[in-house]
Design a protein around this ligand. Sequence first.
Ligand SMILES: Cc1cc2nc3c(=O)[nH]c(=O)nc-3n(C[C@H](O)[C@H](O)[C@H](O)COP(=O)(O)OP(=O)(O)OC[C@H]3O[C@@H](n4cnc5c(N)ncnc54)[C@H](O)[C@@H]3O)c2cc1C
Ligand code: FES
Length: 287
Amino acid sequence: MAPVQVTGTVLTIRQVDAYHAMTVVAPGIAERFKAGHFTAVAVGGAETSMLLRRCLSIHDVKPDYGGTVELVFSVQGRGTAWLADRRVRDSLDLVGPLGRPFPLPRDPVHCLLVGSGYGSAPLFPLADALQARGCRVDFILGAPSADRVFGALRARRMGETTTLTTDDGSLGMRGSVTDMLPHVIADSQADVVYACAPMAVLRSVAAVAARHGIPAMVSVEEAMACGIGVCMSCVLPVVGDDGITRLVRSCVDGPVFRGERVRFDDVGTIPFDALGAPGGRLAEAGP
Ligand SMILES: Cc1cc2nc3c(=O)[nH]c(=O)nc-3n(C[C@H](O)[C@H](O)[C@H](O)COP(=O)(O)OP(=O)(O)OC[C@H]3O[C@@H](n4cnc5c(N)ncnc54)[C@H](O)[C@@H]3O)c2cc1C
Ligand code: FES
């Protein structure tokens, strides 16, 4: 179903450790949602100079009031600071659900879900969907410090096992989620890894999964200006089924990709061998 633009009403907003969790009544988005979708939120109000929407993963949807969506965010700059100042009954302009959701396995396989910081938020509806298919779900969640590990309790309730990591050792094992990845892949006999985290972490997740011979589905976070495929601000080099690298838009072709297909080393560049690169494949092909 195509995304919709909705004027939602803020139902709740609360602080959860280092994050703000906001529930918005937005029936059109909730009914179309699948795990991995995100929404683009207008910030700043009618008179604002902040023209660009801010993209946030959808953490959860509920049937209440015809359909609510829950967002989890940390304050980074002006846009998210404005969002954090919203109060119950304020209106919010949302477009969604956007992007391609996480693909689900056909068979009841073992799935390892890896989240870093607020990247853990979209993994919970994914875990629900996987468990509904009979999949085993294990979690590794991490962050720089304990207050930035999102969803530890829920993961402990849902997961067969839950491994927590923090850079400063304030919760779980000291280190990053990728430090624990080889052990947990082995212990859980994972068939597939799903991850949502900063790019550097996704790169390591994809590499470790590849070394273990299992696929990794990674949800990337590239800076997005429009979120709907128009502006090309979010492109990254991805290898297609035909072996050819293309610059694809992470907002509409992603944000979920097969990890081994993303050329992490070349993100932010136009690789010389990418289709359409200056002096590259299109140039060779001639006019
Ligand atoms: C698909 C996707 C899902 C996301 N999910 C979440 C989430 O669930 N929770 C959360 O806290 N954050 C999430 N982010 C990051 C979030 O979009 C940025 O933190 C936010 O846009 C920052 O806006 P700002 O005005 O506060 O900061 P500023 O730094 O002032 O933003 C200025 C501009 O840069 C862009 N920008 C800045 N940082 C980022 C970033 N890290 N990623 C993308 N664009 C950025 C903004 O959209 C804006 O156009 C997600 C980003 C993407 C692309
Ligand atoms: S954010 Fe504009 S094309 Fe992807």
